[in-house]
Design a protein around this ligand. Sequence first.
Ligand code: URA
Length: 188
Amino acid sequence: MNEIEALLEELKLKYPGKRLVPGEGELTARVMLIGEAPGEQEEKLSRPFVGKAGRNLDEMLALGGIPRNALYVTNTVKLRPTSPGKGARLKNRPPAASEISDFLPLLEAEVHLIRPRLIVTLGNTPLKALLGAKARIGDIHGTLTKYADANIYPMYHPASLIYTPSLKPVYEAEAVRLGELIKKLDIV
Ligand code: URA
């Protein structure tokens, strides 16, 4: 069992009754992409970024000409954060600070084991988890920041485009730039 698997087992005990969604991809991947947390479809299939979020991600990667199977794809928090919705349904909510801190050692273990050259964070949650509360996506999206042996390339979360469509052209241009960056670094 590697460190990632061991930490996942510990977290399963801490969150009984929750299905965890592990990261997906080759441990030799040079690019790691980190989202916020799984949604309903991800929880159902136990895979990150499937369903609508997965289609959005695939569109973004297509803009940059980046094959998804070249990436290791994971989330800051590996469980679906929920609150009561209509009737018996559950609705998604942002991860709580306690969930983010509980899952941080696992995220750090993924970074240390995979040793990516480039880490793409989507939205504020993974950015703040890795760089601290002061880091803000609005300030540093599309720029490179050093983290461990890697660079972080922060991007807006695709879900934020639903609420703020004016971000879309910036997001798309940054997806194209991500593809160029990956080619330049010759890492896929
Ligand atoms: N699905 C994921 O796996 N992560 C997100 O951040 C959003 C949807």
